[in-house]
Design a protein around this ligand. Structure first.
Ligand code: F6P
Length: 546
């Protein structure tokens, strides 16, 4: 199959859309009492109900055919075999090795990477135990109470999201904080309440050159040196990077540098030493369970037939809505407050991976690729943006996430949470017809005139798609499995869209221009070579800066 095009293969979806558009989901549910059984699947601790989608068996068959024709299975094998599927950076894509629980060798460029992976994990386990037990302490001998991870993008979003999600597994006397933004407010407000004697910094950067991270790291270093003395620095810093030399140059002790490898993409690195703050916050045993959960999803992804494969099902549904229906955004709505940063995490995972408009062959993609991913936890979102999801002019496919068991003993809360999440997907699917609205208003005793004026505003179009992901409890295993599920979904979509999901050239131009603008912002060079807008804004800044 020609890998340079995808447009022709997407055409059958258009015919399917026209066909199924004649029937609403409400009708399909009424006709088929087994619709849930037919369109739900489970794997690695997660139940996926995808019955509330604009699909029938013929649509799903066409979508699975598309995935097969696009070579999803072949590319999956290539990824596992360590082929350099990240062609623009000439790198293998092996984050699955980081959580692999089996005994087989995992070769990358002819070398089994598992001994190195396990040796770093062992070092993380030892260091984590030593910090948590107080064996490793601050310069003055005090036990660490606060860990500050300094990183951005993949070196921040994953650990920050996971630490929040696993709050029930954390200790009150060891808190993790995350500083990412170059905006001085971030580090300032974080350090304001911390005691340098009891604070441990982790500088996390794959490259150890990212400007935001290095700027924050130098400010943190100064804070320690100014308050505790220069000699205290080695005892208050650890680093995670593929650039071991730069870590040593920064002044980090060799035994506190945790490495990883160029075959781990930044946004796929939470499983690597980038997960160190997670291990410190929840303990190494729980970090290990998190890896095991991800591995369980990997096994499911690698072995389940496409028709029962959770990441594949979610991926093809995404393609269905993006390419056959033209829906441009996808909402992720966890009914799980501890997943409050999950959508932000997925934004990088999905949008940095598949926000591409050039094919693997370097040609313009003639079809839509990655959607805009966004979301907030329910029920908060219900009181904010759900209005648009229910009655707005755009259709927004959504994923609802919910646990069967909460961690806390507050009985009335969880049943209400579950009632709300079920109500939302039901409301989106069913909608409310004009006849139903009129009947409701008549029952309330409104007169004909009022009913006529009010009814159009109270109609819900319905037929709005969603998936529901149910899991027993948000444990480290389930969280690992959930993240891996979305990683593989993004992979499958990248294969279908024929883009490289593992590079991120789109972040470079802004970085280059910021570098060029810095001397002008500082007033050390003229900004006359810029467009009039940039010049005008520069002038305003220079006239008003502190
Ligand atoms: O945003 C671009 C990016 O390269 C991400 O892919 C990466 O996660 C982030 O910057 C941070 O990079 P580093 O870990 O090298 O500091």
């Amino acid at each position: 199959m020609a890998k340079s095009s995808r447009g022709d293969e997407l055409i059958p979806l258009e015919a399917q859309r026209k066909r199924i558009n004649k029937t609403t989901m409400r009708e399909m549910f009424a006709e088929d009492p087994n619709r849930f059984q037919r369109f739900s699947a489970s794997g690695a601790g997660i139940l996926l109900d995808y019955s509330k989608n604009r699909i029938d068996e013929e649509v799903m068959d066409a979508l699975f055919d598309l995935a097969r024709a696009a070579g999803v299975e072949e590319r999956r094998d290539q990824m596992c075999e360590g082929e350099h599927i990240n062609i623009t950076e000439n790198r293998a894509v092996m984050h699955m090795a980081l959580r692999y629980q089996g005994n087989q060798p995992v070769p990358v460029d002819g070398k089994d990477v598992m001994p190195d992976v396990r040796s770093v994990l062992k070092a993380i386990a030892n260091y984590t135990d030593a910090v948590r037990s107080g064996q490793i302490r601050g310069h003055g001998g005090e036990q660490f109470t606060d860990i500050v991870n300094i990183g951005i993008g993949g070196s921040d979003l994953g650990p920050a999201m996971v630490t929040l999600a696993l709050e029930p597994y954390t200790r009150a006397d060891l808190r993790a904080h995350y500083v990412s933004n170059v905006d001085g407010a971030h580090i300032h407000d974080t350090l304001k309440r911390l005691d340098p004697k009891k604070t441990l910094f982790i500088v996390a950067s794959k490259t150890f050159t990212t400007d935001e991270t290095m700027t924050n790291a130098h400010s943190a270093r100064e804070w320690i040196a100014d308050t505790l003395g220069e000699e205290a620095v080695p005892n208050h810093f650890a680093a995670v990077s593929t650039n071991l030399e730069a870590c040593a140059k920064f002044g980090i002790r060799e035994d506190r540098i945790f490495g990883f490898w160029d075959w781990v993409g930044g946004r796929y690195s939470v499983w690597s030493a980038i997960g160190l703050p997670i291990a410190l916050a929840v303990g190494y045993d729980n970090f290990e369970k998190f890896l095991q959960g991800a591995d369980a999803m990997d096994r499911h992804f690698l072995t389940a037939p496409l028709e029962e494969n959770l990441p594949v099902i979610m991926a093809v549904l995404g393609v269905w809505y993006r390419n056959a229906w033209g829906f441009s955004t996808h909402a992720v709505l966890p009914y799980d407050q501890r997943l409050s940063r999950f959508a932000a995490y997925l934004q990088q995972q999905d949008m940095e991976s598949n926000g591409k408009s050039v094919t693997l062959a370097g040609k313009k993609a003639e079809w839509s690729t990655g959607p805009i991913v966004w979301g907030e936890p329910g029920t908060n979102g219900q009181h904010a943006f759900y209005q648009l999801i229910h009655q707005g002019t755009d259709v927004i496919p959504a994923d609802f996430l919910i646990a069967a068991q909460p961690h806390e003993q507050l009985p009335p809360h969880h049943d209400k949470l579950v009632a709300n999440v079920l109500a939302q997907s039901e409301a989106l699917m069913l909608g409310k017809t004009k006849a139903e609205v009129v009947a409701e208003l008549e029952a309330q005793g409104l007169d004909k005139h009022h009913i006529k004026a009010l009814a159009p505003h109270k109609v819900f179009p319905g037929n709005r798609p969603s998936n529901t992901l149910f899991y027993k409890q948000l444990t480290p295993e389930v969280l690992g499995s959930l993240i891996a599920l979305y990683e593989h979904k993004v992979f499958v979509q990248g294969v279908i869209w024929n883009v490289n999901s593992y590079d991120q050239w789109g972040v470079e131009l802004g970085k280059q221009l910021a570098k060029a603008l810095l001397p002008k912002v500082k007033g050390e060079a003229s900004g006359e070579d810029h467009d009039s807008s940039t010049q005008g804004l520069l002038k305003y800044y220079l006239a008003n800066k502190a």
